[in-house]
Design a protein around this ligand. Structure first.
Ligand code: BGC
Length: 794
């Protein structure tokens, strides 16, 4: 019975494919349509099956230093320093690149006026070749903006939008159509190797930041690929790890940010992720790509795979993964064969093609935009510096240790003070013209520096760098240089300088997760450095500040009591040193707040026992046993005190919150909340206002409270106030009920908590909901295998 059904389908497919071919032949006698914004369907009808199969598969990937695949070995993987990649399309090598260093292109189909469009990384700046064909007369550097984790810490969507406007200008002026960014996966675990590319542990922050930057980029007529969709929260075995997650955690956490971004910014493309989700590659899941993304959320663009993601081109087409990147001819061949034998419907392929063409007609390449190769880099550096300073988080400031007084003499310790890290590695890296070191930034801000100490560090770094092994491949980066032993010189420094500054640095990037030893935890040399400097300076009554130049969360518990101040500078982009000096000097009053928790210890992390999965060493599966209890949702529910909670951050001034008012005590369609913030300190500053909601727990276990809105004041002068207004909608009241496949707001009493952090609640008020509201009924989707249900995922 089954066999005959299959045969029937196959035979119907042959008929259908034949039909298409005849139609194409018939069409070929008519004038060939040339693609325009108004004739897309006509162009699809005029395309041959082969042309369609080329359009849905990218042009391949030209990796610097890797030779093109030879004709007879076109199916053999390419070895890049011991790392195997599937073979590229020879076209990637034969057809000159429009933008060298861009990560991918689509095929042009000249007959129909379809141009090739260009895509390039990445989240913190455009990643293209800065110097081409050895020609040094012209350079193509891009701005390294602060990493996403820092941008999220600004809690300022207007500022992030401004970064997007500048960023998009570089995308357009360097001739790129689609930026492969932003990354917006949830910070599930502090060790995630790409956390710096992502915004937050909270989907509202991640989704709002993404929408803000995408809207800014889009204002330039270019667009983005928001990534990596979905539940791609680790790098270990990233190409095939099976991520097992409950439907509720998917809906409330891992999809939610994407949903916000799609609805608020309608990016042209979404990039599916590498991992499997509940047993199937995300790029092969129709429920994820078509049912949820396109049908439920109304996403109008196309879906592309991550580079070499997934396995089965035909399954990907069926799922609605419209474009396969970077692309290989064998994928096109498989698609042609599948349409011919009926295993892939011609209609599905047409739908995918149409979605791609819909985007192509909007692209600058299609519109023949004459790009300048000369974006306003100087102007964008100013934006990068402003954003960087606004996203730094003051974690500790005992006894007004910061800001440093004007003209103070500072002893600067720590390798990364001299070799600052602007951003992470891999496709998140940017080829920037320069990075301002912290030393340079401090000097620019007219601080006096201890010269002998600086010279010692510089000489040490030159020497150690010469001994570092060369990276084996794109994903490999050398082990960090151990901290210099300062024991012999530290007493003298404490005599000569007014204050000490120590930078602790961390770097990471795609291809690997971070480790606990010497990465999450400080190593002995770093702890030794903090101890020696703190002892020597404190003995003289002088203060010690630590700057954290990191992309992801590290341990602070073991050492924070030894120092007077801690500034979390994240990885601040190419203006790093200037931006850090802006905050240290008080030119900018810090207003950043954590968008990700710093736990008291790694063992407190809710996913600590389920990261990066099992079996140990080479995990094939990772179970998200913590369900929706990620980040503050867990720490608050489990009453575990973190080192620095979600939403936390100090200022050089103080604020007073007052007059929280709700528009009604009873919820109808919407409630507005207003609250006043007053600067009651001595210097001007900005405050982030966070609205958390505690929902009644009726039939469902729910977090203590969840962030539902946030805002940031303008720069308030001492004594100045501002009233902020927030809107609470029915969807903000709802939780996802898996059994009912619906978002439901439960009747009962809701508490609004206005916080200056998730644990510092300044004002509260309540309202009630008289009757349950089914806010949205959705499709059954993403169901984990039964065995997993038995684990009772939350
Ligand atoms: C990364 C993507 C990136 C792509 C193209 C992949 O390895 O996961 O984030 O956009 O490469 O460079």
């Amino acid at each position: 019975m089954r066999m005959s059904y299959k045969l029937h389908v196959a035979w119907a497919g042959v008929l259908l494919a034949g039909g298409i071919h005849q139609a194409a032949q018939a069409q070929s006698k008519a004038p060939v349509p040339q693609l325009s914004a108004t004739n897309i369907k006509q162009v699809v009808a005029a395309m041959t099956l082969e042309e369609k199969s080329k359009l849905v598969v990218g042009m391949g990937f030209k990796m610097p230093g890797v030779p093109p695949p030879s004709k007879d070995k076109k199916n053999e993987p390419i070895d890049i320093g011991g790392f195997k990649l599937p073979p590229s399309d020879p076209d990637a090598y034969n057809i000159p690149e429009k933008v060298p260093g861009a990560a991918g292109r689509t095929h042009a189909i000249a007959r129909l006026g379809i141009p090739s469009i260009t895509m390039s990384d990445g989240p913190a700046g455009l990643r293209i070749e800065p110097i081409r064909n050895g020609d040094k007369s012209k350079t193509y550097y891009a701005t390294a903006f602060p990493v996403a984790t820092l941008l999220a810490s600004t809690w300022d969507t207007q500022l992030v939008n401004k970064v997007g406007v500048a960023f998009g200008n570089e995308v357009r002026e360097y001739g790129v159509d689609i930026l492969l960014a932003p990354g917006m996966n949830i910070h599930r675990n502090p060790l995630g190797g790409r956390n710096f590319e992502y915004y937050s542990e909270d989907p509202l922050v991640a989704g709002s930041m993404t929408a803000a930057i995408v809207n800014g980029i889009e204002s330039n007529g270019v667009d983005t690929s928001i990534k990596h969709y979905a539940a791609n929260n680790q790098e270990t075995n990233r190409n095939s790890i099976n991520t097992i997650v409950s439907e509720r955690a998917m809906r409330e956490l891992y999809l939610r940010g994407f949903e916000i971004a799609v609805k608020k910014a309608q990016p042209w493309t979404v990039m599916s992720s590498y991992n499997k989700l509940n047993g199937t590659f995300t790029s092969e899941r129709r429920d994820l790509l078509t049912t949820i993304l396109k049908k439920e959320w109304g996403f109008k663009g196309f879906v592309m795979t991550d580079w070499f993601g997934g396995k089965d081109a035909v399954a990907q087409m069926k799922a609605g993964n419209d474009l396969l990147m970077p692309g290989n001819p064998t994928q096109s061949e498989a698609i042609v064969a599948a349409v011919k034998d009926g295993t892939l419907s011609a209609q599905q392929l047409d739908t995918n093609v149409e979605r791609i063409l819909n985007v192509i007609v909007q692209s600058p390449t299609f519109k023949k935009y004459k790009y300048s190769d000369a974006p306003d880099l100087a102007g964008h550096a100013v934006v990068a510096r402003e954003a960087a300073a606004q996203g730094m988080v003051l974690l500790k400031n005992d006894d007004h240790a910061l800001p440093f007084g004007a003209g103070k003499r500072i002893a600067v310790f720590g390798n990364t003070s001299y070799d600052i890290i602007a951003g992470g590695t891999g496709s998140g890296d940017v080829n920037k013209a320069y990075t301002i070191s912290l030393m340079q930034g401090l000097a620019n801000a007219s601080f006096k520096l201890q010269e002998t100490l600086s010279n010692n560090y510089k000489a040490y770094l030159v020497d150690m760098k010469a001994k570092q092994p060369k990276p084996k491949n794109f994903f490999d980066h050398p082990a960090p240089i151990p901290e210099m032993d300062v024991n012999a010189i530290v007493a003298e420094e404490a005599n000569g300088a007014d204050e000490a500054l120590i930078t602790i640095g961390r770097n990471a990037g795609e291809g690997a997760d971070r480790k606990l030893e010497s990465d999450y935890y400080l190593n002995d040399a770093e702890k030794g450095l903090i101890n020696s400097v703190a002892n020597a300076f404190h003995a003289k009554g002088k203060k010690v500040i630590v700057v954290l130049n990191i992309g992801g969360v590290i341990d602070v518990t073991a050492w924070r009591d030894k120092v007077d101040g801690i500034l979390l500078a994240w990885q601040p982009g190419l203006e790093a040193g200037n931006a850090i000096a802006d905050v240290l000097s008080g030119k900018v009053n810090p207003s950043g707040k954590l968008a990700t928790t710093f736990p008291a210890d790694y063992k407190d992390v809710p996913s600590a026992n389920n990261f990066p999965g099992t079996p140990e060493g080479k995990p094939t599966q990772v179970i998200y046993e913590e369900g929706i209890y990620v980040g503050y949702r867990y720490y608050d529910a489990a009453k575990v005190t973190p080192a620095y909670e979600f939403g936390y951050g100090l200022s050089y001034t103080n604020f007073k919150f007052s007059d929280l008012k709700l528009s009604s005590k009873v919820f109808k369609n919407v409630i507005t909340a207003t609250v006043t913030v007053k600067n009651i300190g001595d210097v001007a500053g900005k405050e982030v206002v966070q609205l958390y909601l505690a929902a009644p727990k009726k039939d469902l276990d729910k977090p203590e409270d969840e962030l539902k809105a946030f805002g940031k004041t303008k720069l308030l002068a001492p004594g100045q106030s501002q009233t902020l207004t927030f809107t609470i909608k029915a969807s903000d009241l709802a939780s996802f009920y898996t059994d009912r496949e619906a978002w439901i707001a439960d009747e009962g009493s809701y508490k609004v908590k206005i916080g200056s952090s998730s644990r510092k609640i300044e004002e509260t008020a309540s309202f009630s909901l008289a009757k349950d509201i089914t806010v949205e009924k959705v499709n059954k989707a993403l169901v984990p295998q039964q065995t997993i249900n038995e684990l009772k995922l939350k």
